[in-house]
Write a protein that binds this ligand. Structure first.
Ligand SMILES: Cc1ncc(C[n+]2csc(CCOP(=O)(O)OP(=O)(O)O)c2C)c(N)n1
Ligand SMILES: [Mg+2]
Length: 335
């Protein structure tokens, strides 16, 4: 039994929250390992890996009300999308371009997450466009007096785009119910943070009239704590916030990139030792929520859910080629 002074109890998280958070982190990690292997086997054309970002994504999404709030994620947010309603089958139908893919029915590149059921707004490939969409949606929520907070996620590279600055400024002026979450993994493909960000991302918040905070993005409870404060502010009508979660991606930027050309193996190993999943496991054991047996059981269940998702997605149909323009052009009756 957890006791009253545990970190999660202070944050208002129950044991069921913790095991669910852990389960989604495992699902994301195993989906990622599987999709990377499928790519290397020539069975998946293009992969955007999430490994390393699981705590930042699961901690931050847990602060929102799923089913009510609106999410504008970016391509690396697979863990977040799983927690918001994607299943492993959904992930792999997207990867294989199958007709059941919730994001686009197999018409978009993989990792362009979208789901009307899960309130996830489809993203575009140009970096940071989702941040402007989030500002527009948050403005509409405020204008219509609808009780919903909007969350948007992006990398530190995204904060160099004009779209990011425009959205921050607009959100600050209109005190929008919007939470900006930066998953700072220190690289934008091969470009290091030191060549991308002058000063610190979270400190820019002040210039746009909102609070900013940073924390350890490999700590799921810390990621939750910081985001929850921001979501509560937004829901209370106090306006937007910027949260910077510091993390690291374990694989290359995508399956088309080779990170050995710009990162040392020592650096990657150092961050692997801060892997968010074993860190959370350690915490869960320390508060007697899990023991070794239960950890193994949950790992096995997640591996089997992922294997089942891959199988279902492999068996699913490809879209009919004649439907290629669906949702791209209006259906016009041509005489
Ligand atoms: C406007 C625009 N410029 C460049 C690219 C190419 N591009 C794709 S991802 C990426 C890096 C983004 O890095 P960051 O925002 O830090 O996110 P991360 O991939 O590290 O999670 C770049 C430059 C793009 N898609 N759109
Ligand atoms: Mg980055």
């Amino acid at each position: 039994m957890a006791n009253a002074s545990d970190r999660h109890t202070d944050l208002g998280l129950k044991e069921e929250d913790l095991t669910e958070m852990y389960r989604y982190m495992l699902l994301a990690r195993y989906c990622d390992e599987r999709q990377w292997a499928l790519n290397r086997q020539g069975k998946a054309p293009f992969v955007v890996p999430v490994s390393g970002h699981e705590a930042a994504q699961i901690g931050s999404i847990w602060a929102f009300e799923r089913g009510k709030d609106v999410f504008c994620p970016y391509y690396r947010d697979m863990a977040l999308c799983l927690a918001a309603g994607f299943t492993p089958k959904d992930v792999f139908t997207g990867l294989f371009g199958k007709v059941d893919d919730p994001s686009s029915g197999g018409r978009q590149m993989p990792a362009h997450w979208g789901s009307s059921k899960a309130n996830i707004i489809t993203g575009s490939s140009p970096i940071a466009t989702q941040i402007l969409h989030a500002a527009g949606i948050a403005y509409s929520k405020k204008y219509k007096h609808e009780d919903a907070v909007v969350g948007t996620w992006f990398g530190e590279g995204g904060t160099s785009e004009g779209d990011w600055h425009g959205a921050m400024n607009f959100a600050g002026i209109h005190k929008l119910p919007l939470v900006f979450v930066c998953e700072n993994n220190q690289y934008a493909i091969s470009v290091h943070e030191s060549k991308q960000v002058a000063g610190r991302v979270y400190l820019r918040a002040e210039g746009y009239g909102m609070p900013g905070a940073e924390g350890d993005g490999n700590d799921v409870l810390e990621s939750y704590r910081l985001t929850k404060e921001a979501v509560d502010r937004a829901r209370a009508g106090e306006g937007p916030s910027l949260i910077e979660l510091r993390t690291y991606r374990f694989y290359s930027h995508t399956s088309d990139d080779d990170d050995r050309t710009y990162r040392s193996r020592d650096e990657v190993d150092e961050w692997r030792r801060k892997d968010p999943i074993p860190r959370f496991e350690e915490y869960l054991k320390s508060v007697d929520v899990l023991d070794d047996g239960k950890v193994e059981q949950m790992r096995e269940a997640a591996r089997s859910d992922v294997a089942e998702g891959v199988k279902q997605a492999q068996e699913a149909d490809f879209p009919d080629p004649s439907s290629g323009a669906k949702n791209v052009y209006a259906d016009l009756e041509v005489e």
